[in-house]
Write a protein that binds this ligand. Structure first.
Ligand SMILES: [Zn+2]
Ligand SMILES: [Zn+2]
Length: 280
């Protein structure tokens, strides 16, 4: 399984000189399975560059799109994803978590004439919505989902490929929400058990609270705890707070390494950055 990060920022794009190293594009991760199938996790602004690279590559197989939820930062890039403007493209979208989200997705709300100038009926690609199921067979992998703790609802995914490699994608998720969680930290640890790569929203630090309690995100330290309990081989800290520049993220990355050493942990943790490729 090959994983490439095209957008690692949370909430809003952050272009500019102070964010060039980690990148300013919002959530989007490319996953290539052992059989060559393509899955895309979220359609934030990072999907624009991915679309250009797929065009250059001449990629012509079906594209599977897994959307965590419909907050802007997870769908904003979709109209600028070049393959949707080709009639040969088949885009298969996994069901959304809630009925309201599914209705908005099927109605292609972003293409309603209010949010974008071109309406849905003028988008030439073939967009298909997969049926509700316990799990989905996508190429060589099995895909399962889990409910996350996020205002309005969000879903996380686990991808188990035929060669035994696995990935969990959990964003946006508050591991210690102010009200009883939809899914507890221990349940998420079981869902993510023994994955090769755990990608999790790590937007906050302790100083962001109490203001941002209930906003639906986690601290880096809570994510490390989840990674330990899940026995994840590698943790990708993801969906960075838009106010943090490259130097601040570097300092946090150092603190992450210190905490892993203090704990005597064998888990690897990395602050995700745009362009990062990891072969599992
Ligand atoms: Zn988000
Ligand atoms: Zn969100």
């Amino acid at each position: 399984m090959m994983v490439r990060f095209h957008g690692v920022r949370g909430s809003t794009p952050t272009p500019g000189a102070s964010t060039v190293r980690y990148g300013g594009n919002t959530s989007c991760v490319e996953v290539r399975l052992v059989d060559g199938s393509l899955l895309i996790l979220d359609a934030g602004t990072g999907i624009r560059e991915l679309g250009l690279s797929l065009t250059r590559e001449g990629f012509s197989r079906p594209i599977h799109l897994l959307i965590s939820h419909l907050h802007w930062d997870h769908i904003l890039g979709l109209p600028f994803f070049a393959p949707i403007w080709r009639k040969e493209t088949v885009l298969r979208v996994l069901p959304m978590l809630t009925e309201a989200q599914q209705a908005a997705a099927v109605a292609k709300t972003i293409f309603d004439g209010l949010h974008f100038p071109v309406r849905a009926e003028c988008v030439p690609s073939q967009i298909e919505f997969l049926e509700e199921a316990e799990s989905w067979r996508v190429g060589s992998a099995l895909v399962r989902r889990v409910t996350l703790n996020h205002p309005g609802g969000a879903q996380g995914f686990r991808i188990d490929d035929a060669d035994g490699r696995s990935l969990a994608y959990l964003t946006d998720n508050e591991l210690s929400p102010p009200t009883p969680p939809q899914t507890t930290l221990d349940e998420l640890a079981r869902f993510s058990e023994n994955v090769d790569l755990l990608i999790h929203d790590a937007q906050y630090v302790d100083e962001d609270f109490p203001l941002k309690k209930g906003w639906g995100h986690s601290t880096l330290w809570e994510v490390l705890e989840l990674g330990h309990r899940a026995n994840a081989r590698h943790i990708a800290l993801y969906h960075h707070e838009p106010t943090r520049d490259d130097d601040t993220l570097d300092a946090l990355a150092q603190e992450v390494q210190q905490r892993l050493v203090e704990r005597g942990s064998s888990t690897v943790a990395t602050l995700a950055r745009e362009g990062w490729v990891i072969d599992l």
